[in-house]
Design a protein around this ligand. Structure first.
Ligand code: TYD
Length: 204
């Protein structure tokens, strides 16, 4: 699974990562790369069905974590690994760091259990680069309220998102080479420029 590059985009809901998935894909395609964009939970027909359940049904915390990883197992096998073997660039809107942030930080599932699931599903496999779009809760909330009907996670309280954000930042501190924190409160053009530089470094 080593020919292509695997980049994941993370951040609390409303951090703006989905916009940047589009911008960066266009940027990479202009550089002549074959780009596959995808998302979690989801990314495969089965994964998208699991996504429906995960975003709209209430369930036990461990069921939620297990389904996130079930969707991920399918995603790696059916989409991510084959694309990387072909030499494509894969950009995923969320991956395992989201489970540590939301199920671990937000819902307080033990990191030990998440470590076990991560090891089970992708022991020797990690993104080449993870961009963590970081923004204050107030900015994120304002962006969300303006755009859409909120799903199960997006309806959570301030305190939940504070824990999710802190867990993301902790993870970035734990894996500083892989996870790069991007200040997403900056004007869009600045953020884009920052991430293009990070992507260029990966292409060298
Ligand atoms: P999100 O990526 O924000 O998609 P959209 O922009 O279409 O709303 O939604 C996915 C939600 O799933 C998000 O609130 C975070 C949550 N999530 C987890 O709780 N754990 C995970 O492992 C993943 C991948 C996502």
């Amino acid at each position: 699974m080593v020919k292509g590059k695997f980049i994941t985009f993370e951040g609390i809901d409303g951090a703006g990562k989905s916009t940047h998935v589009e911008t960066i894909s266009t940027y990479l395609r202009a550089k002549g790369k074959t780009v596959v964009t995808t998302r979690e939970p989801g990314g495969t027909p089965l994964g998208e069905r699991l996504r429906e359940l995960l975003l709209h049904e209430s369930m036990h915390l461990e069921t939620e974590a297990l389904l996130m990883f079930a969707s991920r197992r399918e995603h790696i096998d059916k989409l991510i690994a084959p694309a990387l073997e072909r030499g494509d660039w894969v950009i995923s809107d969320r991956f395992t760091d989201a489970s540590f942030a939301y199920q671990g930080g937000g819902r307080q599932l033990s990191t030990h259990k998440l470590d076990i699931l991560e090891h089970w599903v992708h022991a020797d496999f990690q993104p080449h680069l993870t961009l963590l779009f970081d923004v204050s809760l107030d900015v994120a909330r304002a962006r969300l309220d303006n755009t859409r009907t909120l799903d199960k996670f997006e309806r959570e309280k301030h305190d939940f998102f504070e824990k999710v954000r802190n867990a993301y930042l902790q993870r970035a501190a734990q894996f500083p080479k892989r996870i790069r924190v991007v200040d997403s409160s900056q004007p869009l053009a600045n953020v884009t420029q920052q991430i293009e530089q990070l992507i260029d470094q990966l292409d060298e």
